[in-house]
Ligand binder design. Structure first.
Ligand code: SF4
Length: 462
């Protein structure tokens, strides 16, 4: 077996919250293998954890490949692994073309990484290892086993990893059954599989024990959770009855059609539930929503928003919008703009449509909105949203808001023990204050002094 000179790894993550969470597993696996993080030039293991949702993430990854192939020319002992969603969509030809990559692992098989590395060092360097679901070979029980196994590894390791973190992401389900026509998730992460409630609770208790103040429940369509008679409403109800009052629980991302009204009431009633809903509309036009297979109409979406605001007047609503979807006319786009103005999102993620290989829209629709129109629509919507944010943020000036001190940034005046602190309110608003670091993790009242479209500034009222 070749001697490993240095125990260093380099890990780069592309993409969404799910990929970031997967990277935590990967880090744990690498730490268990006694590897420490280092810059790419000094690493013995280079890992790319990928995402396929947006074309931009994929392009960034592909741009790095030529650099990696040159690195491998000089040092064949470096182990290069590409992990994540991207692996589910590559074919044999791609794998052959990129022969300097030693292994490809899709999200359901991340725990094979140590094994792949071992094989690489058993002089099997001329092999490329591939762990992915092959067509006609997807067996739900196998995937489920792997998924449980992965979460178990994480739980077991976490119990030994005592790291105080203000926020903890906890995955309650994976995959998606919705098949929106533009989205790769059902193909790359598979169909929905929900985690048993007792494991979720165990992970929450563990996070709180080690100092987390905010728990974020994650799922592609989080409010579609269902495990042995427990739906998402019941899950939230149970969680809100067992956690201490000062803890906040947030959940991402909600599918509009699966928002049930009792859930909005529960958010109102339980102080531990963050007054924040991430509920993407994607378009304001019924024609486009239908083409996207979003399974709700503009009117149904707005009904949910109306009720959410009526029940929780201070609630923050976040959303996602796609501009330039196939056949999106000026009228369709104007419907989206009108919806954005009506909802008054406090956060809006706008993306320009790009066809993702093997999705319905890629296979059957024409990408017939030009790049320049997509860009212009994106910029226009962005401007509208900036104005909404400016007005919304300025409405807090002179008010007192409550929140917990979430993060501290060092400043040049840190000798005086003053830092820039980030205070997070129940409605997920971030306020910048200048105060002492010792306030970190505590609940404070903040008088708002000033605001812009993206930031709110204030001072702690003592
Ligand atoms: S709900 Fe639609 S957009 Fe969201 S992950 Fe599922 S298929 Fe993709």
């Amino acid at each position: 077996m070749n001697k490993i000179k240095e125990n260093f790894y380099f890990l780069k993550t592309f993409g969404c919250q799910m990929s970031n969470l997967d990277s935590k597993y990967i880090q744990l696996l690498l730490n268990k293998m006694s590897f420490e993080t280092k810059q790419i030039e000094k690493a013995d293991i280079i890992v790319f954890n990928t995402c396929s949702i947006r074309e931009a993430s994929e392009n960034k990854l592909l741009n790095l490949f030529s650099y990696i192939s040159k690195m491998k020319e000089y040092n064949k002992d470096i182990f290069v692994a590409v992990l994540g969603c991207f692996v589910e969509k590559i074919n044999y030809k791609f794998i052959q073309k990129h022969s300097y990559i030693d292994c490809f692992i899709s999200p359901d098989y991340l725990h094979f990484l140590p094994y792949a590395f071992k094989r690489f060092h058993l002089k099997k360097k001329n092999y490329q290892l591939v762990y992915k679901h092959f067509k006609n070979n997807i067996h739900k029980n196998t995937i489920k086993k792997n998924f449980d196994f992965l979460e178990d590894i994480f739980l077991r390791n976490k119990i030994r990893t005592v790291k105080k973190k203000p926020r903890e992401y906890i995955r309650i389900m994976k995959g998606c059954n919705k098949f929106c026509t533009y989205c790769v998730v059902p193909y790359t992460r598979g169909l929905e599989i929900c985690r048993p409630i007792e494991r979720i609770i165990l992970e929450i208790k563990h996070a709180i024990y080690f100092g987390s103040q905010e728990i974020v429940l994650l799922g592609q369509s989080v409010n579609h959770y269902y495990y042995r008679g427990v739906n998402f409403y019941k899950l939230l109800y149970i969680i809100s009855n067992i956690i201490p009052k000062h803890i906040r629980v947030k959940f991402l991302t909600s599918y509009p059609k699966n928002i049930i009204y009792p859930l909005l009431t529960l958010i109102q009633q339980k102080s531990c539930l963050s007054k924040y809903l991430h509920i993407p509309a994607q378009s304001g036009s019924n024609t486009i929503l239908k083409k996207m297979n979003r399974c709700y109409t503009r009117e149904e979406y707005l009904d949910i928003i109306d009720i959410a605001y009526a029940k929780n007047p201070g609630i923050s609503i976040a959303g996602d919008m796609i501009v330039g979807f196939p056949d999106e006319s000026t009228k369709d786009f104007q419907c989206s703009i009108a919806l954005v103005k009506y909802v008054k999102y406090q956060h809006l993620f706008i993306s320009q449509y790009s066809p993702r290989p093997n999705t319905i829209s890629y296979l059957y629709y024409q990408d017939n909105v030009s790049k320049s129109i997509k860009r212009a629509r994106h910029n226009y919507m962005f401007k509208i949203q900036q104005n909404i944010m400016s007005q919304y943020n300025s409405s807090f000036v002179a008010q007192i808001l409550e929140g917990f001190v979430w993060k501290a940034y060092n400043t040049s005046v840190s000798k005086k023990l003053k830092e820039i602190l980030l205070v997070k309110t129940d409605a997920n608003k971030i306020i910048f204050v200048f105060d002492e670091k010792k306030l970190l993790g505590s609940k404070v009242r903040v008088r708002i002094l000033q605001s812009s479209s993206s930031k709110i500034f204030g001072f702690v009222v003592k």
